[in-house]
Write a protein that binds this ligand. Structure first.
Ligand code: SME
Length: 159
Protein backbone atom coordinates (compact mmCIF):
# COMPACT_ATOMS: atom_id res chain seq x y z
CA UNK A 1 0.00 0.00 0.00
CA UNK A 2 0.97 3.60 -0.37
CA UNK A 3 2.00 5.32 2.85
CA UNK A 4 0.55 8.61 1.71
CA UNK A 5 -2.88 9.54 2.88
CA UNK A 6 -5.09 11.44 0.47
CA UNK A 7 -6.48 14.30 2.51
CA UNK A 8 -9.82 15.64 1.31
CA UNK A 9 -11.73 18.77 2.16
CA UNK A 10 -15.49 18.91 2.34
CA UNK A 11 -18.18 17.87 4.77
CA UNK A 12 -17.43 15.62 7.71
CA UNK A 13 -19.26 12.82 5.92
CA UNK A 14 -17.15 13.28 2.76
CA UNK A 15 -13.98 13.25 4.83
CA UNK A 16 -14.92 10.02 6.60
CA UNK A 17 -16.05 8.43 3.32
CA UNK A 18 -12.66 9.11 1.79
CA UNK A 19 -10.78 8.05 4.91
CA UNK A 20 -12.53 4.73 5.63
CA UNK A 21 -11.25 2.79 2.59
CA UNK A 22 -7.83 4.32 3.00
CA UNK A 23 -7.58 3.10 6.60
CA UNK A 24 -8.86 -0.26 5.44
CA UNK A 25 -6.06 -0.41 2.84
CA UNK A 26 -3.53 0.75 5.41
CA UNK A 27 -4.41 -2.16 7.70
CA UNK A 28 -4.72 -4.79 4.99
CA UNK A 29 -2.42 -7.75 5.53
CA UNK A 30 -1.13 -6.42 8.84
CA UNK A 31 -2.17 -8.33 11.95
CA UNK A 32 -0.24 -6.45 14.58
CA UNK A 33 -2.75 -4.71 16.81
CA UNK A 34 -0.41 -1.95 18.04
CA UNK A 35 0.80 -1.13 14.53
CA UNK A 36 -2.78 -0.90 13.29
CA UNK A 37 -3.99 1.21 16.22
CA UNK A 38 -1.02 3.55 15.76
CA UNK A 39 -1.61 4.07 12.05
CA UNK A 40 -5.34 4.51 12.60
CA UNK A 41 -4.69 7.35 15.07
CA UNK A 42 -2.21 8.94 12.68
CA UNK A 43 -4.68 8.77 9.78
CA UNK A 44 -7.51 10.30 11.86
CA UNK A 45 -5.21 13.04 13.13
CA UNK A 46 -3.96 13.80 9.62
CA UNK A 47 -7.41 14.05 8.07
CA UNK A 48 -9.26 15.86 10.85
CA UNK A 49 -6.47 17.46 12.85
CA UNK A 50 -8.20 16.37 16.05
CA UNK A 51 -6.66 17.80 19.20
CA UNK A 52 -6.17 14.28 20.60
CA UNK A 53 -7.09 10.86 19.26
CA UNK A 54 -6.10 7.60 20.84
CA UNK A 55 -6.85 4.30 22.45
CA UNK A 56 -7.18 3.20 26.04
CA UNK A 57 -7.19 -0.56 26.53
CA UNK A 58 -8.76 -2.53 29.39
CA UNK A 59 -6.17 -4.09 31.68
CA UNK A 60 -7.69 -5.52 34.86
CA UNK A 61 -9.92 -2.87 36.42
CA UNK A 62 -8.35 0.03 34.54
CA UNK A 63 -7.98 1.53 31.12
CA UNK A 64 -4.35 1.92 30.14
CA UNK A 65 -3.17 4.40 27.52
CA UNK A 66 -2.44 2.90 24.11
CA UNK A 67 -1.33 4.37 20.79
CA UNK A 68 -2.40 7.98 20.33
CA UNK A 69 -1.69 11.25 18.55
CA UNK A 70 -1.66 14.53 20.43
CA UNK A 71 -0.35 15.92 23.69
CA UNK A 72 0.75 13.62 26.52
CA UNK A 73 -2.21 12.14 28.38
CA UNK A 74 -3.13 10.38 31.62
CA UNK A 75 -1.95 6.78 31.52
CA UNK A 76 -4.59 5.02 33.67
CA UNK A 77 -8.34 5.52 34.08
CA UNK A 78 -10.53 3.52 36.47
CA UNK A 79 -13.75 1.88 35.30
CA UNK A 80 -16.61 4.37 35.57
CA UNK A 81 -14.27 7.39 35.81
CA UNK A 82 -14.26 10.23 33.30
CA UNK A 83 -15.78 9.95 29.85
CA UNK A 84 -13.59 6.99 28.89
CA UNK A 85 -14.29 5.00 32.07
CA UNK A 86 -18.01 5.77 31.77
CA UNK A 87 -18.13 4.61 28.16
CA UNK A 88 -16.49 1.35 29.29
CA UNK A 89 -18.85 0.89 32.26
CA UNK A 90 -21.96 1.70 30.19
CA UNK A 91 -20.74 -0.10 27.06
CA UNK A 92 -21.97 2.94 25.14
CA UNK A 93 -20.64 5.60 22.83
CA UNK A 94 -20.59 8.92 24.68
CA UNK A 95 -20.72 12.25 22.87
CA UNK A 96 -19.85 15.15 25.17
CA UNK A 97 -20.47 18.58 23.60
CA UNK A 98 -18.92 20.44 26.55
CA UNK A 99 -16.54 18.51 28.79
CA UNK A 100 -17.05 20.97 31.63
CA UNK A 101 -20.65 19.82 31.84
CA UNK A 102 -19.68 16.17 32.18
CA UNK A 103 -19.47 15.21 35.87
CA UNK A 104 -16.12 13.61 36.62
CA UNK A 105 -14.53 14.48 33.29
CA UNK A 106 -10.79 13.85 33.47
CA UNK A 107 -9.00 16.90 32.13
CA UNK A 108 -5.80 15.55 30.65
CA UNK A 109 -5.54 18.92 28.95
CA UNK A 110 -7.36 22.17 29.71
CA UNK A 111 -7.49 22.80 25.97
CA UNK A 112 -9.89 19.90 25.37
CA UNK A 113 -13.48 21.19 25.08
CA UNK A 114 -15.57 18.39 23.57
CA UNK A 115 -15.12 14.67 23.25
CA UNK A 116 -16.42 11.41 21.82
CA UNK A 117 -15.58 8.01 23.27
CA UNK A 118 -16.43 4.76 21.51
CA UNK A 119 -16.19 1.42 23.29
CA UNK A 120 -14.42 -1.39 21.47
CA UNK A 121 -16.62 -4.42 22.01
CA UNK A 122 -15.46 -7.94 21.16
CA UNK A 123 -17.38 -11.08 22.20
CA UNK A 124 -19.76 -8.75 24.08
CA UNK A 125 -16.95 -7.44 26.29
CA UNK A 126 -15.44 -3.96 26.21
CA UNK A 127 -11.73 -4.45 25.55
CA UNK A 128 -10.84 -0.78 25.15
CA UNK A 129 -12.09 2.59 23.96
CA UNK A 130 -11.26 5.07 21.22
CA UNK A 131 -11.19 8.61 22.61
CA UNK A 132 -11.27 11.67 20.35
CA UNK A 133 -10.94 15.16 21.81
CA UNK A 134 -11.47 18.55 20.22
CA UNK A 135 -10.27 21.99 21.28
CA UNK A 136 -13.68 23.34 20.21
CA UNK A 137 -17.10 22.89 21.77
CA UNK A 138 -19.68 20.58 20.22
CA UNK A 139 -17.40 18.99 17.62
CA UNK A 140 -18.90 15.51 17.53
CA UNK A 141 -22.21 14.02 16.46
CA UNK A 142 -23.79 10.80 15.21
CA UNK A 143 -21.77 10.99 11.98
CA UNK A 144 -18.56 10.71 13.98
CA UNK A 145 -20.06 7.94 16.12
CA UNK A 146 -21.11 5.94 13.08
CA UNK A 147 -17.87 6.28 11.08
CA UNK A 148 -15.52 5.92 14.04
CA UNK A 149 -17.36 2.72 15.01
CA UNK A 150 -16.84 1.41 11.47
CA UNK A 151 -13.18 2.45 11.55
CA UNK A 152 -12.59 0.65 14.86
CA UNK A 153 -14.29 -2.39 13.35
CA UNK A 154 -11.40 -2.66 10.87
CA UNK A 155 -8.94 -3.66 13.60
CA UNK A 156 -8.46 -7.27 14.48
CA UNK A 157 -7.90 -7.18 18.25
CA UNK A 158 -6.05 -10.09 19.79
CA UNK A 159 -7.51 -9.84 23.28
N1 SME B 1 -10.94 13.24 29.03
C1 SME B 1 -10.89 11.82 29.15
C2 SME B 1 -9.53 11.35 29.60
C3 SME B 1 -8.62 11.03 28.50
S1 SME B 1 -7.91 12.34 27.77
O1 SME B 1 -8.76 13.42 27.47
C4 SME B 1 -6.85 11.97 26.59
C5 SME B 1 -11.96 11.30 30.10
O2 SME B 1 -12.61 12.08 30.80
O3 SME B 1 -12.13 10.10 30.14
Amino acid sequence: MSEDLKIVRGSKEEQYRSLLPQISALLEGEHDQIANMANMCAALKEQFNFFWVGFYMVKGDELVLGPFQGPVACTRIKKGKGVCGSSWAKKQTLIVPDVEEFPGHIACSAASRSEIVIPIVRNERVIGVLDVDSAELDSFDETDASYLTQIIGLIEFNS
